[in-house]
Design a protein around this ligand. Structure first.
Ligand code: NAD
Ligand code: UDP
Length: 314
């Protein structure tokens, strides 16, 4: 496949920075755009000398016009702690920001991929979640700025596609983890690993019986890349690892793999915390010939190595 000029919004964040690496490695020209709310220049510092890589400080809530072939719209805080910090801004990012990206895609005839989320299924009553499930989402709770924001982003994508013929891709990402999550990200995998490495209490919210299905970052990005570069698909399509764990099982695995002396402590369960989550990936298998390859134990080992190094350097 030919090299492309590619825009990655949120390119200095966890997923975005790995995506920049992947695109640079395959020969694309990459513009990384970020407002550095949760991302950092350190995540892409190793790319700055590459003549095919550029970084732009910009907030997608404001319009911008860049001549590119493809847009990966990854910009949006993903951790509950961060997206609830300024919920109105989170909604603006998923609504005004997505309108801006779609407007640009329409103008320069770029293909645009929207990073949507398993959160569009809310606290799901159908298990595992298939793409044709409409979800069970609280429109007025503390998670709504993110969940409903992403649902509107999908609506906007489909309407620009139907109304203006914009070439779109929607990916529903399930919990993904790996190196470059920030130490204070607040999501469960990074929290547990950092707590374990510091021999601090591991904070389980609620009973720890709620489930998530954890996907390693390299698997996720391969799925997203295939979706972007497959003809004749719009999505939405689930990308995630279907192997489901309880949060307590995750805590025990992290303790075992770090050899930590940490104890498990219980904290209150946040409002509207989904009880269970597991992707049905039949569509990704059929349409993208994709399935995850990295089991949790291996992905955890790589992520623990990363955090060990990061905490040592702090
Ligand atoms: P992250 O917080 O590490 O990265 C988000 C990036 O977007 C950061 O660099 C941040 O500074 C930037 N950003 C935020 N708002 C912006 C704005 N208005 N303008 C410009 N830049 C902005 O999170 P992540 O895990 O890398 O998530 C990336 C994308 O994937 C998000 O859209 C998120 O909703 C989606 N997603 C991630 C997961 C996951 O498990 N990692 C799951 C579902 C969906
Ligand atoms: N969680 C936890 N301890 C933590 C952070 C999170 O028990 O220190 C729980 C959280 O309540 C949720 C699950 O882990 O049930 C996943 O949380 P995360 O914030 O990673 O993602 P999301 O809820 O958005 O899937």
């Amino acid at each position: 496949m030919n090299a492309n000029r590619v825009l990655v919004t949120g390119g200095a964040g966890f997923l975005g920075s790995h995506l920049c690496d992947k695109l640079i490695a395959r020969g694309d020209e990459v513009i990384c755009l970020d407002n550095f709310f949760t991302g950092s220049k350190a995540n892409v510092a190793h790319l700055l000398d590459n003549p095919r890589f550029e970084i732009v400080r910009h907030d997608i809530v404001n319009p911008i016009l860049l001549e590119v072939d493809q847009i990966y719209n990854m910009a949006c805080p993903a951790s509950p702690v961060h997206y609830q910090y300024n919920p109105v801004k989170t909604v603006k990012t998923s609504v005004i920001g997505v309108i801006n990206m779609l407007g640009m895609a329409k103008r320069v005839r770029a293909r645009v991929l929207q990073a949507s989320t398993s959160e569009v299924y809310g606290d799901p009553k159908v298990h595992p979640q298939r793409e044709d499930y409409w979800g069970h989402v609280n429109p007025i709770g503390i998670r709504s700025c993110y969940d409903e924001g992403k649902r509107v982003s999908e609506t906007l994508m489909m309407d620009y596609h139907r109304q203006n013929g914009v070439d779109i891709r929607i990916v529903r990402i399930f919990n993904t983890y790996g190196p470059r999550m920030s130490v204070n990200d607040g999501r469960v995998v990074s929290n547990f690993i950092v707590q374990a490495l510091r021999n601090e209490p591991i904070t389980i919210y609620g009973e720890g019986t709620q489930t998530r299905s954890f996907c390693y970052v390299s698997d996720l990005l391969e799925g997203i890349w295939r979706l972007m570069n497959t003809e004749g698909l719009t999505g939405p399509i689930n990308i995630g690892n279907p192997v489901e764990f309880t949060i307590r099982e995750l805590a025990e695995l992290v303790i075992a793999q770090t050899g930590s002396r940490s104890e498990i402590v219980r904290m209150p369960l946040p409002q509207d915390d989904p009880v269970q989550r597991q992707p049905d990936i039949a569509l990704a298998k059929a349409k993208l010939d994709w399935q995850p390859a990295v089991p949790l134990s291996e992905g955890l080992r790589l992520t623990i190595d990363y955090f060990e190094k990061t905490l040592r350097e702090k």
